[in-house]
Design a binder for this molecule. Structure first.
Ligand SMILES: NC(=O)c1ccc[n+]([C@@H]2O[C@H](COP(=O)([O-])OP(=O)(O)OC[C@H]3O[C@@H](n4cnc5c(N)ncnc54)[C@H](O)[C@@H]3O)[C@@H](O)[C@H]2O)c1
Length: 454
């Protein structure tokens, strides 16, 4: 069997590397129009950072895993074509700011139709609005092309930072197919690929529309938990309740469960916001205004939490941060990734700069992306070494939960800072009592502040 994957990004690269590793008899070619990205996949300096990814790529690359810019050749040769291109939020025209921009997906569909000379299974790997397969089938089968394309939905549930573990041992794989003979045959073909390493009971099958909608729904539910606990974090700050204690108390209820209940400066990443906005847009399209407003609030709560964090910094530092050096530790949207898309750090740094603070950004993996995200923002500098970043700072703000930040020498940091030395823990990850004992003014999310100034 030959598989082609269009899109060598955060999803296409790792998922195809895993399929190639687990199915040595399947030839997998990942193609992209971005030649730089493809070139990087061919070296040991991969274009994305993901723990364990290089080992998986190295095992299969050159054996049955190939990266190429020859899109047409790879499509033509394939039995199964995964489409894993970006589906960002539309920035123009109808639905701007909310609907998915499907232009890259549609371009792929047109390309597939154009170059194919044999029947193919087309797999939606990108996250798409429910009923996209319908539109794609119309594009693929337009005209008098004798080739048959069977479209499956196979959304990806991996999380960046743990992509390899998620792909190796997923909670479930979801495959949606049409309830026709050809649809079920195609579905079985893909089930057989995943069954190389995933227990059959964890490979869920459904109709195409349920599968498409499940991906948007999964992300909306995950993000909703973060916004829910963040909403409670505000109430905790007003009432001397401790959000970590509340989260623990509710999370031990097996009906609620403990995951995604950590109060923070907010969720980020390329998917949550875009997928919820897409869900909102879909609800509105079907005239479901109350459902749309319900999900919209999850995004608004998240943005408010970021602004609220900046306000906490400003108000606790005597209502002025103009000219003050603020060291931002962590710019990636979460630990173990260099990805900064929709990272709360972007908004926080921009708002700090608007208050004319001197912002110093540090991150072990994301400084390249951070520089692009903050291009044109005055008074921002970048410093890979966290100790250099904090030297002479009035405040430290922790925005990414990098494990390494837990073991920083905070005595040394305190000594290097202006006094009073403020520490704002946007990830509730540090030992606040110990930091307070060292002399820091400590602010976290949803917990009382620990101050020496009262
Ligand atoms: N990043 C995640 O954690 C994640 C998780 C689950 C699902 N998804 C979904 O997967 C999809 C891909 O996300 P990503 O993060 O990998 O995006 P990405 O931007 O990292 O990668 C997409 C790639 O597609 C390429 N591309 C675009 N149009 C092309 C074309 N016509 N021909 C060939 N290549 C083309 C781009 O050059 C890019 O390299 C999105 O729909 C996203 O919502 C992402």
């Amino acid at each position: 069997m030959k598989i082609c994957c269009i899109g060598a990004g955060y999803v296409g690269g790792p998922t195809m590397a895993m399929i190639a590793k687990q199915c040595p008899e399947v030839e997998v070619t990942v193609v992209d129009i971005n030649a730089e990205r493809i070139a990087a996949w061919q070296t040991d300096e991969l274009p994305i950072y993901e723990p364990g990814l290089l080992e998986v790529v190295r095992e299969a690359r050159g054996r049955n895993l190939f990266f190429s810019t020859e899109v047409d050749d790879a499509i033509r040769a394939a039995d199964v074509v995964f489409v894993s291109v970006n589906t960002p939020t539309k920035t123009f025209g109808e639905g701007a700011g909310r609907a998915s921009d499907l232009q890259y997906w549609e371009l792929c569909a047109r390309r597939i139709k154009e170059v194919s000379t044999s029947d193919k299974i087309i797999v939606e790997k990108s996250t798409l609005p429910v009923r996209t397969a319908d539109a794609m089938e119309r594009v693929l089968h337009a005209g008098d092309n004798p080739v048959h394309f069977e479209v499956l939905s196979n959304p990806e549930f991996l999380a960046e930072g743990t992509a390899i573990a998620d792909l190796e041992n997923p909670d479930r794989v979801l495959i949606g197919g049409h309830e026709t003979e050809a649809g079920q045959r195609a579905l079985q073909t893909l089930v057989d690929v995943y069954a190389h390493w995933i227990p059959r009971e964890r490979i869920l099958t459904s109709n195409v529309w349920s599968s498409e909608l499940s991906k948007l729904t999964a992300n909306a539910f995950l993000a909703q938990r973060v916004s829910s606990i963040n909403a409670i974090s505000q109430l905790c700050e007003a009432t001397e309740a401790d959000v970590a204690e509340v989260a623990n108390a509710i999370g031990t209820d097996s009906r609620i469960g403990p995951k995604f209940l950590k109060a923070s400066v907010g969720f980020g990443g390329s998917c949550f916001k875009k997928d919820i906005l897409n869900l909102v847009y879909l609800c509105e399209t079907y005239g479901l205004d109350e459902a749309a407003a319900y999900w919209q609030q999850v995004v608004e709560m998240n943005e408010f939490q970021q602004t609220r964090f900046v306000k906490t910094i400003l108000h606790s530092m005597f209502n002025t941060i103009a000219g003050k050096r603020i060291a931002v530790l962590g710019f990636a949207f979460k630990a173990d990734t260099g990805d900064t898309r929709e990272s709360p750090a972007i908004k926080v740094c921009r708002e700090l700069a608007l208050e004319r603070a001197e912002v110093v950004v540090s991150d072990p993996k994301a400084l390249g992306n951070a520089k692009q995200d903050l291009e044109g923002v005055e008074s921002v500098v970048f410093e890979a070494d966290p100790y250099a970043a904090v030297a002479g700072a009035h405040a430290v703000a922790v925005l990414t939960d990098w494990e390494a930040y837990k073991t920083l020498d905070f005595e040394r940091i305190y000594a290097a800072m202006e006094k009073p030395a403020f520490l704002f823990d946007g990830r509730n990850m540090l030992d606040h009592a110990a930091l307070h004992a060292m002399g820091f003014e400590v602010y976290s999310i949803g917990k009382g502040r620990l101050s020496h100034l009262d």
